[in-house]
Ligand binder design. Structure first.
Ligand SMILES: NC(=O)C1=CN([C@@H]2O[C@H](COP(=O)(O)OP(=O)(O)OC[C@H]3O[C@@H](n4cnc5c(N)ncnc54)[C@H](O)[C@@H]3O)[C@@H](O)[C@H]2O)C=CC1
Ligand SMILES: O=C(O)[C@@H]1CCC=N1
Length: 269
């Protein structure tokens, strides 16, 4: 990745998570550019990360070697149309992180360019991200390596051969942090309902989530065996899990992930 300049079009949640993670990994803030129409957002980002900021997307596209497209899928077409001429001329590596925006969509808006499509997630901010990547035809081995290094700076990376697989990745690990946060929120609420102080409830729940993830990551056995190890026959966990199973928890997770996947496919149009 040497001294390449990296630009972000859109300075929102994901751009910040990625830039924050990259800087924490030792990439100099001076190598990072961000553009966004919101001056307030740019001021925040400049203060937080000390990166270069501008309201002009074209300025970023003219400067960088790698351009990360980090706007919402709904505004991607308009944002890309403005960049087309500069991109066709300069041929920076394009990395799109938008859910459901396909390589075909991007080519239509940007013209010919080397494109890597990926799906990261917000834990990138603490270098604990999980990213699925897909390289379109025309991406060189060196560019693939560069994309892998950028996303690899903020967590684990997984390359996929088929672009369609990114819809499932989006539904699992892209949106996934929100599923775990919902469980954390619900468990904190339940703890407070059971009479525990809010601050203590929060700490107990977050430490339990972190501990369970650490245990699952480092263990030689799967989550199913770890769950069984917590569950004494006739004990408290069995009582709780019985309620989850009765309510169709597993089926709900299947349906939720299927809905996210469908939405990802719909966004592709
Ligand atoms: N939030 C998440 O967990 C994940 C989001 N994504 C994808 O990342 C992309 C960005 O999502 P977030 O960061 O959550 O959204 P966000 O709303 O936080 O950030 C988008 C930013 O783009 C800016 N923007 C709008 N129009 C623009 C334009 N024409 N040029 C430049 N900037 C413009 C907005 O002012 C905003 O700051 C989306 O495409 C989403 O699908 C991917 C993985 C995870
Ligand atoms: O909700 C969304 O559409 C984006 C994509 C994955 C996570 N957030």
């Amino acid at each position: 990745m040497a001294q390449q300049l990296i630009g972000f079009i859109g300075a929102g949640n994901m751009a910040n998570s990625l830039a924050g993670g990259m800087i924490a990994k030792g990439i100099r803030p001076a190598r990072i550019w961000m553009s966004d129409p919101s001056r307030d957002r740019l001021d925040e980002v400049a203060q937080l990360h000390r990166v270069h900021v501008t309201e002009d997307n074209l300025e970023v596209a003219r400067r960088v070697d790698v351009l990360v497209l980090a706007v919402k899928p709904q505004v991607m077409g308009d944002a890309c149309a403005v960049l087309r001429e500069v991109i066709e001329e300069r041929q920076p590596l394009i990395i799109s992180i938008a859910a459901g925006v396909t390589v075909d969509n991007l080519r239509q808006w940007l013209g010919e360019a080397p494109i890597v499509r990926c799906m990261p997630n917000t834990p990138a901010l603490v270098q604990a991200g999980a990213t699925g990547l897909y390289a379109a035809d025309g991406v060189s081995a060196a560019q693939k390596d560069m994309a892998g290094q950028i996303l690899g700076a903020v967590g684990l990376t997984f390359w996929f051969e088929e672009e369609k697989e990114l819809d499932a990745v989006t539904a699992v690990s892209g949106s996934g942090p929100a599923y775990f946060f919902l469980l954390m929120e619900s468990l904190i609420d339940a703890a407070v309902s059971q009479g525990l102080p809010q601050a203590t409830a929060r700490q107990l729940v977050l430490q339990t989530a972190w501990g369970a993830a650490q245990l699952a990551i480092t263990s030689e056995v799967g989550p199913d065996v770890l769950r069984q190890r917590v569950t004494s026959p006739g004990g408290t966990t069995a009582a709780a899990l019985g309620v989850f199973e009765e309510a169709g928890f597993r089926e709900q997770v299947q349906a939720a992930v299927a809905a996210a996947r469908e939405r990802s496919e719909e966004l592709a149009g």
